[in-house]
Design a protein around this ligand. Structure first.
Ligand SMILES: Nc1nc2c(ncn2[C@@H]2O[C@H](COP(=O)(O)OP(=O)(O)OP(=O)(O)O)[C@@H](O)[C@H]2O)c(=O)[nH]1
Length: 708
């Protein structure tokens, strides 16, 4: 009994133990189930992660492929560094950082200049080529005015390895007309011919002797001078009469547009603390002294922005043959308008046909003679001799590194060409018609019709000397490389028709090498922002009013070839930025200039008062001997005029510089001042050469070599 009881207890104990084990097993099973579900979740997550990883890997591969493509593009674009920069809006926004171009730049054009370093820094830091997204500030009422919104300019720097003046220009005194009576001229009187860069004629076009009829192609061209008869006379007579009263501003020049620009441009506003009377005294009155004493430093920005804009790319390097407009004496102060005022009659002829002067019409067809000469290389030799080594060195010093292929460079030069046909009776273009020559009679249409022949040159060989920078055709349709697309989609002349487009596109043909000039001068354009420097230069090169121009960033470089008085001149024209933040850069360029075009806006008294500031800059740069032309622009805006012509002339006389007024919008008096300036530069250089005494270079004694 006891045994059975004991057995019963044992069985109960075993049963309880089995029960406990069973419960434990259940718990384990539950945990197992839980772990299984957790494992499944983890598996699914792992699966998702793998898929995500696969996607990311695919995307990575895609990015790598794109990167390869980008690298390929970068390699192909190695010859050119293009960069877009944003010009700060006229009213800087709060919390806005200084743009990249505000970074200090190395000294330019000096002895210690290091362009390669500068360019390599651009190349090594592609992130420094920002394409900023600044949108132009609102510029109301600009659509109806030649003054167009000032938006962003694209800037590009290109190397021009090929020599820009690698071809001998032609000079044939046989077909040069005699200089007009009473007009000073060089020993070889020049031809009354001018050419524009826009003639798109084959460089190998057969040569015609002078006197041949004008070719039909010439009719495509139009003269820069659209001035009406008597306009220049009125300039000359401005002392006695209110200046330019006969001129009525075109509708494009809407009243107040300039002020709106100024209001939106702090750079121009803050250009100088100099006193700027709200209104000048009545015309003819002498300006108060404080008006002329505005040359105080406006407080240059510390930023040394280097933005070598390659709007220069509008190389427009066609040779312009300029006849005897009026030759001024060597005196600097009489170079420009002195001749104009002295010979109003000649000017009367000239204003309608700036490039044709007193020579017979046959002289306007001189392009044929230029070509053979160019082939003979006569001028090339002279050019080699005349070009100072220093100038050549400067040109080399501007070389921009390995940025552009020579083949490209060879296409960047326009052929030699002669000016467009104009008539002395050419009328002022109707407002909105900025291309007077379009409507002007074709070449030879009138007795006064002058030029119009297309001057041709053979294909010019690539020259060993490199060109400082490439000069490309600006505003060429389809290739607005140096411009914001919006800005470049402008029509060359407001209000003109599609004819202009064709004309502009013809610029693409002006991509031929240049000949060696007899003289090479550096001319820098100075002046406040918005006075029209760029517009003037654009017109000078393309015979077309450029709408939609944006404020210059840094400096632009262009080359203009002129044939004046049987001499081939190459003008390196530096278009500086008038905005204050670029003044430090501009100052660095001054000491390299032989000629200075000091431009102001006749509708902006402030820009006029700042003339003294720019002169101070010149003095600081040691440029006291530079040939200076004081140029008042926008003379078409007569209603908005704030600076009387007499005031400009008075200031020029006081400063001992040349003076002229022009209208880049109407194309009035564009080339003449430049020609006069060129003549003055030539005279100055000739005098300098005569005074030079050749000194045999002394070689330093050889050092004794170390015997070890
Ligand atoms: N009415 C009129 N407007 C002009 C004339 N010349 C230039 N303009 C306008 O003036 C404005 C400024 O011209 P720009 O050539 O860009 O002036 P800028 O001096 O080069 O200015 P920065 O590049 O900032 O130094 C543009 O809207 C032009 O269309 C002119 O002769 N008459």
């Amino acid at each position: 009994m006891a045994f059975s009881t004991h057995m019963q207890e044992v069985l109960d104990a075993k049963e309880r133990e089995v029960q406990r084990l069973t419960e434990g097993q259940r718990e384990l099973e539950v945990q197992l189930l839980y772990l299984s579900s957790t494992q499944q979740e983890a598996n699914s997550e792992n699966q998702q992660l793998r898929e995500a990883e696969r996607d990311l890997t695919g995307q990575l591969e895609e990015v790598r492929g794109q990167l390869q493509v980008t690298r390929g593009h970068l390699n192909t674009a190695r010859g050119r560094v293009s960069w877009q920069t944003e010009e700060e809006p006229s009213v800087p926004r709060a919390n806005e950082k200084a743009p990249p171009e505000e970074a200090p730049l190395p000294g330019l054009f000096g002895d210690s200049d290091d362009w390669d370093q500068l360019l390599s820094s651009f190349g090594n830091h592609p992130h420094r080529t920002p394409q900023l997204s600044w949108s132009p500030p609102p510029t109301p009422n600009v659509t109806s005015s030649p003054q167009t919104p000032r938006v962003v300019r694209q800037i590009s720097i290109s190397k021009q390895p090929a020599l820009m003046f690698g071809q001998e220009p032609a000079s044939d005194p046989d077909w040069a007309p005699s200089s007009p009576t009473g007009v000073l001229s060089s020993p070889k009187d020049g031809k009354g011919v001018e050419n524009t860069d826009r003639q798109h004629i084959s460089p190998k076009q057969p040569v015609e002797p002078p006197g041949l009829e004008v070719k039909p192609e010439a009719h495509l061209l139009w003269s820069l001078s659209g001035a009406p008869a008597g306009e220049l006379d009125s300039l000359g007579a401005a002392k006695a009469e209110p200046p330019l009263q006969g001129l009525s501003p075109p509708p494009q020049a809407s009243t107040g547009s300039r002020k709106q620009f100024q209001a939106s441009d702090p750079g121009s506003k803050s250009l100088g603390p100099g006193p700027a009377p709200a209104k000048l005294p009545t015309e003819g009155e002498a300006l108060p002294e404080d008006l002329y004493a505005a040359g105080s430093d406006p407080g240059l920005g510390s930023e040394k922005v280097m933005a070598l804009s390659e709007r220069a790319t509008e190389s427009s390097q066609g040779l312009e043959l300029v006849g005897q407009v009026s030759t001024e004496g060597p005196a600097q102060g009489e170079a420009g308008m002195a001749g104009l005022e002295t010979h109003p009659g000649e000017l009367h002829k000239a204003h309608g046909q700036i490039f044709r002067m007193d020579g017979p019409p046959a002289h306007t067809l001189q392009s044929p003679k230029v070509q053979p000469k160019a082939e003979e290389g006569n001028l090339g030799d002279r050019g080699q001799q005349d070009l100072g080594t220093e100038q050549a060195a400067e040109a080399h010093g501007l070389e921009m590194g390995n940025l552009e292929s020579p083949q490209q460079d060879a296409q960047l030069f326009p052929p030699w060409s002669v000016i467009a046909p104009t008539s002395a009776e050419a009328e002022v273009p109707a407002p909105g018609k900025m291309s007077p020559s379009r409507s002007s009679p074709p070449m030879g249409a009138g007795s006064e019709a002058v030029v119009g022949t297309l001057l041709t040159l053979p294909e010019l060989e690539a020259q060993p000397r490199p060109m400082p920078m490439s000069a490309q055709v600006e505003s060429e349709p389809g290739a607005p490389q140096s411009r914001e697309p919006g800005a470049e989609s402008r029509s060359e002349k407001p209000g003109t028709d599609s004819e202009e487009t064709g004309l502009t596109s013809s610029l693409g043909d002006l991509t031929q090498p240049q000949a060696d000039p007899d003289y090479l001068f550096h001319v820098i354009f100075l002046g406040d922002s918005n006075v029209g420097k760029t517009t003037f230069l654009h017109l000078l090169h393309h015979d077309a009013f450029a709408t939609g121009l944006t404020a210059t960033v840094g400096v632009d470089f262009r080359v203009k070839n002129l044939l004046v008085d049987n001499k081939c001149f190459a003008l390196q024209l530096w278009d500086t930025a008038g905005q204050e933040r670029y003044h430090s850069l501009t100052r660095q360029l001054l000491r390299k200039a032989e000629g200075v075009v000091l431009m102001y806006d006749v509708t902006s008294l402030e820009s006029f008062t700042h003339v003294r500031y720019w002169l101070d800059c010149l003095q600081d740069a040691g440029m006291d001997g530079a040939v200076i032309l004081l140029l008042g622009n926008k003379m078409d805006c007569e209603e908005e005029r704030q600076v009387p012509t007499e005031a400009g002339r008075h200031l020029a006389q006081e400063l001992g510089v040349s003076f002229s007024e022009c209208s880049a919008a109407l194309g009035h008096n564009i080339l003449e001042p430049i020609v006069n300036l060129t003549r003055s530069l030539k005279i100055q250089e000739d005098c300098l050469k005569e005074s030079l005494v050749e000194v045999a270079p002394q070689r330093p004694p050889r050092r004794a070599r170390c015997c070890s």
